[in-house]
Design a protein around this ligand. Structure first.
Ligand SMILES: *Cc1c(COP(=O)(O)O)cnc(C)c1O
Length: 952
């Protein structure tokens, strides 16, 4: 029999599976399903899914879809630009599993590579914007603007609820700002602020953008001063390429900067994913949402990176959280940072000058039709009554221009623009004769290469107002050759543990196989080079793929409608709760503002509820971890008329299928509330049960968990929101339309990574998906059974079964021996493993999720490492090793820690080869020892350390 894709995706073969099931105590996968899940919710049919195909067939179908799209020359602009990704970055970063299969760097000792890359990203953003502190990425420009808005409100002194916004913001930014402002009770006032004056009234903040949507460049210095005088803070959207030439907003006095780094080597991808950014003045560092990489020291005093100020993260702040962002855009932030490292300051400046030169050529050709004198890359042309005709003519020449209105056309130049494009644009306006001689197509490339070697057009005095230096750090001067860049990328990824080394048993995160056949298509031009606002007739292939996926996900979840717009799980939650809110409002139930959330919930749940203006009420859990239905009844009675919804996770974050879930949903529905089921744990349901059928009104899914989009080191993600029919009309709309309740800048969010999920479902088929789910459950139960005697499993369901993950309780062990979850997590690195999820959802525990992709050999390796660690803990417990000096507390051990004096009660060999030298696996050498997080928070450094410190 030929092996199918499902056989390659699922780790254990039939023989291994038999042994796993034997240990679990069931004789088949079907018996497992019956034993683990409540019978009332079992609902297997996935009839709407097509029969599975092989890797090569799926790739051929994807190729046909990509081919159906027209890859036009995009000169639409509006925050999305064609870019030339250096091939060294495509192959060795974007398409390299050492980078894309990594997880969020919560275990910093084995994440130094991506942490350094993110620190470069932060430094790059600070340098280019002229700000002091930048975070490690946002989801896109529009949501970064929305985060900037709420930051202005909480960081500023003004208690006003009005926000002033310049008319020339990107339309999608305005829409997302409006979506976010409404539930928070903010009023947005739009005005043309280019004159430097504020309209009457009190505002907590002002948001401007440079260059504007029209391409116009405005010096905001006077306006910012006026705003400050009136007690308002100012956030400015800024294009980072323009900022290499034009005075950046930070130097004009802005308090916050936001934007996208897309044009730094990240393909447009029909809307995403790309890294947004957010940067602030130093006084506001503690107000920044999202992740912030900082510099600290390890146990030996060596420099080490880790996420700074982690206590601000929403999982700790819960309903007090000010943002719900969790998964961000790490992989794309790393691409953008490496693009800057590769080109350096001179290279970027040359690219920017070339882009500007092309725009200037367009403007020269158009003469009096040009609306704004000061522009960077985008020219706005006035053609009374003729705009549509011009756009149509350009289209016939293979170029998409932006139709602004009947009388205006905008033309955006980018890194890929050539003289031939400029000529074709001018011909579309019928002004080609007025042009100086235009070069042939081939010459455009020579010109592009000249730009990259720094032999660029002469500076253009008109817009080059920037005088300050940027990107002077070695991170941006050392890697300009391909050899140097190749080795830099390799040296960084070698410091990290990703899925290409060993299993990553992170509970709730579903670190499963990201198959190569799923990944192939994402860099194909037919998907990667599409502008999100390209004409519909250009994009039938990707729209067909999106339609398939919406239907398939509806079938899998049992819901009626799906939106792929949200860029992460948190954004799906937000969109889902907005739908619930709008549903109640439309029915006149404006008093329904209370969201019930079990105490075990993921932190994003409460944070999302707070963002839609709901009050969070916590429902207790019982001793066995289940939601306490008595407490739920009491809370429902307490809040009666005010009940908006409940947010539960299923199976629960305790890794258990609660048997009373149907009753729980009925209680809430009977009281007039809606049921939100967090779908992060869908890997335990696909093909077995459907949240839309057993009681949910709305769910989000995490395609980067259940559906094989790799975690990318902490992003990208896709968090589709799925709803029952009565909520379908409240799904997020088109961000280009005002008032559409869009939650992202692009209608289909991170569209260019949807082929991954499409390929997964296409290759697995209904039976493959069901087998994957059951195998994931079997493997989790296998680990639970085998480790229970060493680390007690905290919660189990009715038949002593767990779902797709299990919580190992270390609290008793810690009490008895002093060895903590941290010690165990760090010690696992010495054994070559990434730690499980630490202290979520219960402090002092580890949550293990093996997924279906790990074979029995790997499961056993992990189990044996854990058992060996338990043996080490017992040595500490027995007093053989002191609690302050043992292989666990000393973990992880670096190669450097072995040389020189060794003054520990355990041997060097125990430290680094705990399984013995004969062990067959390549040794993973953590690059740093245990990192002192508190030191770094006290001495906050969030950009690349100064050059001198490299010489120490
Ligand atoms: C991962 C997760 C989320 C958040 O998803 P992101 O994509 O990181 O925003 C929400 N709820 C649960 C239970 C999760 O595990």
């Amino acid at each position: 029999m030929t092996r199918s894709f499902a056989d390659r995706h699922i780790g254990p073969d039939s023989g291994e599976l038999a042994r796993i099931l034997d240990t679990v105590g069931v004789d088949s996968l079907d018996a497992l399903a019956e034993s683990a899940l409540p019978s009332g919710i079992l609902d297997a049919g996935l009839d709407a899914l097509p029969a599975p195909v092989s890797e090569h067939e799926a790739l051929a179908e994807l190729a046909a879809l990509a081919h159906a799209n027209t890859v036009a020359t995009s000169m639409i602009g509006l925050g999305y630009y064609d870019t030339l990704t250096p091939p060294v970055l495509v192959r060795n970063l974007l398409e390299n599993p050492a980078w894309y299969t990594a997880y969020t760097p919560y275990q910093p000792e084995i994440s130094q590579g991506r942490l350094e890359a993110l620190l470069n990203f932060q430094t790059m953003v600070c340098d280019l914007t002229g700000m002091d502190v930048a975070n490690a990425s946002m989801l896109d420009e529009a949501t970064a603007a929305a985060e900037a808005m709420t930051l202005l409100r909480r960081a500023g002194r003004s208690k006003a609820t009005r926000l002033l916004v310049d008319t020339d913001l990107f339309p999608q930014t305005k829409t997302v700002l409006a979506t976010r402002a409404e539930p928070l009770g903010f009023e947005i006032v739009e005005a043309d602020l280019s004159g430097g004056k504020l309209p009457e009234g009190e505002y907590f903040g002002v948001i401007v953008q440079t260059p504007g949507a029209s391409g116009r460049i405005v010096d905001w210095t006077a306006l910012i001063a006026a705003a400050h005088e009136r007690g308002a803070l100012v956030a400015a959207g800024a294009d980072l390429l323009a900022a290499t030439l034009v005075t950046p907003p930070g130097e004009q006095g802005a308090d916050v900067c936001f934007g996208t780094t897309q044009r730094f080597g990240v393909p447009m991808g029909f809307g995403g994913p790309h890294a947004g950014y957010l940067a602030v003045r130093s006084g506001f560092a503690r107000q920044l949402p999202g992740r912030l990489v900082g510099v600290s020291v390890d146990a030996d005093g060596a420099r080490a990176y880790r996420l700074a100020l982690q206590t601000r993260e929403q999982h700790i702040r819960r309903e007090k959280a000010t943002s719900n962002i969790c998964t961000a855009q790490v992989l794309l932030a790393v691409v953008a940072a490496m693009y800057a490292s590769y080109h350096g300051a001179n290279g970027l400046r040359a690219i920017a000058r070339r882009v500007h030169q092309h725009a200037a050529d367009v403007a020269a050709g158009l003469g009096a039709a040009v609306v704004h004198g000061a522009f960077f890359d985008t020219v706005l042309a006035q053609v009374p009554g003729g705009a549509e005709a011009v756009v149509a003519k350009a289209k016939s020449r293979g170029i998409n221009l932006r139709l602004v209105d009947a009388d205006h056309v905008a033309i955006a130049c980018d890194e890929a623009t050539t003289d031939a494009h400029v000529a074709a644009v001018l011909q579309s306006f019928g002004t080609a004769e007025a042009l100086p001689e235009v070069a042939a197509v081939g010459q455009g490339l020579a010109e592009a290469e000249a730009a990259l070697t720094g032999d660029a057009p002469t500076p253009l005095a008109d817009i080059e107002t920037r005088t300050s230096d940027y990107l002077t750090h070695p991170a941006f001067t050392r890697y300009h050759t391909e050899t140097a860049m190749l080795r830099y990328l390799r040296s960084l990824s070698d410091k990290d543990i990703a899925l290409d080394r060993s299993m990553i048993p992170l509970g709730s995160c579903t670190m499963k196989l990201n198959a190569t056949a799923e990944m192939e298509a994402i860099t194909w031009p037919g998907f990667a080079r599409l502008h999100p606002y390209a004409p519909v007739e250009d994009v039938p292939g990707i729209l067909g793929l999106i339609g398939d996926l919406e239907r398939w996900l509806a079938e899998i979840t049992g819901y009626d409608a799906v939106s792929l717009q949200p860029n992460a799980g948190s954004q799906g939650e937000y969109a889902g709760l907005l739908a619930i809110r709008r549903y109640h409002l439309d029915r006149g139930d404006d008093h329904r503002d209370t969201c019930l959330i079990p105490s075990s919930a993921h932190g994003t749940n409460a944070a999302s509820a707070a963002m839609v203006g709901m009050r969070v009420e916590v429902v207790k859990c019982r001793e066995n971890g289940d939601v306490d239905l008595d407490d739920l009844r009491a809370k429902i009675a307490d809040h009666a008329e005010r009940l908006a919804c409940i947010m539960i996770t299923y199976p629960s974050t305790h890794g258990v299928y609660e048997h009373e879930v149907a009753e729980l949903c009925a209680l809430v529905h009977d009281a007039g509330g809606q049921v939100y089921i967090d779908g992060a744990n869908l890997n335990a349901l696909v093909g077995l049960a459907k949240p839309g059928r057993f009681g949910g009104d709305v769910s989000h899914l995490n395609l980067h968990k259940t559906f094989c989009i790799p975690h990318g080191g902490g992003g990208p993600g896709v968090g589709p929101v799925a709803v029952r029919a009565h909520l379908a009309r409240y799904l997020p709309g088109d961000p280009r339309e005002a008032g559409s309740h869009a939650v992202s800048a692009a209608l289909y969010g991170s569209a260019s990574i949807l082929p991954i999920t499409w390929a997964y479902i296409r290759m697995m088929g209904a039976d493959g998906l069901r087998a994957a789910t059951l195998t994931a459950i079997a493997s989790a139960n296998y680990i639970a059974r085998r480790l229970d005697a060493f680390f007690p499993v905290l919660y189990t369901g009715e038949n002593g079964m767990v779902a797709h993950e299990c919580i190992l309780d270390l609290r008793g062990i810690t009490k008895a021996t002093g060895v903590t979850v941290d010690d165990v997590a760090k010690r696992l690195a010495d054994y070559g493993f990434h730690a499980p999820t630490m202290s979520f959802p219960v402090a002092g525990t580890l949550m293990v999720e093996p997924t279906e992709s790990e074979n029995l050999e790997e499961l056993d390796e992990f189990i044996e490492a854990m058992i060996a660690i338990r043996g080490e803990i017992d040595q500490v417990g027995a007093g053989v090793w002191p609690v302050t000096d043992n292989p666990l507390r000393g973990a992880p051990h670096t190669a450097a820690s072995l040389v020189g004096d060794w003054d520990h009660p355990y041997s060097r060999e125990t430290a680094v080869y705990p399984r013995g030298l004969g062990h067959t696996r390549p040794k993973v050498w953590p690059p740093v020892r245990r990192i002192d997080g508190a030191f770094g928070d006290r001495n906050l450094v969030c950009s690349c350390p100064p050059i001198e410190s490299y010489q120490d």
